[in-house]
Design a protein around this ligand. Structure first.
Ligand SMILES: NC(=O)c1ccc[n+]([C@@H]2O[C@H](COP(=O)([O-])OP(=O)(O)OC[C@H]3O[C@@H](n4cnc5c(N)ncnc54)[C@H](OP(=O)(O)O)[C@@H]3O)[C@@H](O)[C@H]2O)c1
Length: 239
């Protein structure tokens, strides 16, 4: 994979661990200069201490001014990867308007405004990679808020692919991935969930952040791919 992103600037929105970190290191290993941003720049800087090809920045995806200012500070970027989420978990009776708003604000409206402010700074060979999730295709009680947020990301991806063309726009839809966040269950503490999910998945394991990072790299570098949601889920919706 070395060199696929040689001299390109990749912006990754997300934390210093989990999927965002795996995507960052994979892009770096492919030759990119990576800028990582989330709400806590100091925590990010600590997470990437000693990594010269990785810079850290600040952005709050619920704040239009913050997104605009990030675009102005960055100047030109080649690829933008948005992993941020604020999942609204729970059954219907537990779903408050504020949690639903935050979920859409972070995972749908924030990326939409990122596209608005950053696409004009990208060259035609650039791309966006958004994040959806398996909840949109494997409907389950307790995952309603996550499912409709992810479904909106899938539609946003196809819409932006047309509106921003020839800049490409794709999404990644992970299944259950071992990063500490699980979008498909209401009760994250459920004992044995990972083991049970591993046994049921056709590939007989849950995902790793590396599985997802490989797909992010594929989305960034596949120049005939746009408007697609890549399902990196071990066949989970089939079970
Ligand atoms: N892990 C899974 O099993 C799984 C399954 C399906 C889909 N996904 C999706 O894959 C993506 C990455 O998942 P993950 O588990 O690695 O990460 P995660 O734990 O869901 O991390 C979410 C990130 O979003 C950031 N964030 C939240 N609100 C923000 C805001 N207003 N502005 C900027 N950043 C904000 C968080 O920042 P703070 O650090 O400041 O809180 C955190 O860095 C997410 O979109 C998730 O929904 C994950």
């Amino acid at each position: 994979m070395t060199g696929l992103l040689h001299s390109q600037a990749v912006l990754v929105i997300g934390r210093g661990s989990g999927i965002a970190r795996a995507a960052t290191l994979t892009a770096r290993d492919a030759g990119a200069k990576v800028i990582v941003a989330d709400r806590d720049k100091h925590a990010l800087a600590a997470a990437y201490l000693g990594e010269p090809a990785i810079c850290t920045e600040t952005v709050d995806l619920t704040d239009d001014d913050s997104i605009r200012a990030l675009g102005e500070r960055l100047g030109q970027v080649d690829h933008v990867v948005v992993t941020a989420s604020a999942p609204a978990r729970g059954r219907l009776q537990q779903l408050e308007r504020s949690a639903m708003r935050l979920s859409f604000d972070t995972e749908v409206i924030g990326p939409l405004l990122m596209a608005r402010h950053l696409a004009p700074r990208m060259n035609e060979a650039g791309s966006f990679v958004l994040f959806s999730g398996v909840a949109a295709v494997k409907i389950a009680v307790g995952a309603l808020g996550v499912a409709i947020t992810n479904g909106a990301v899938d539609v946003l991806t196809r819409s932006l692919a047309l509106e921003l063309a020839p800049v490409r726009v794709n999404a990644i839809s992970p299944g259950v991935v071992d990063t500490g966040a699980r979008d498909v269950v209401a009760d994250d503490a459920e004992a044995g969930y990972s083991a049970e999910r591993s046994a049921r998945n056709p590939v007989r394991r849950i995902g790793t952040a590396g599985d997802v990072a490989d797909a992010v790299l594929f989305a960034m570098t596949s120049t005939f791919l746009t408007g697609q949601t890549l399902h990196i889920d071990g066949g989970e919706p089939l079970t």
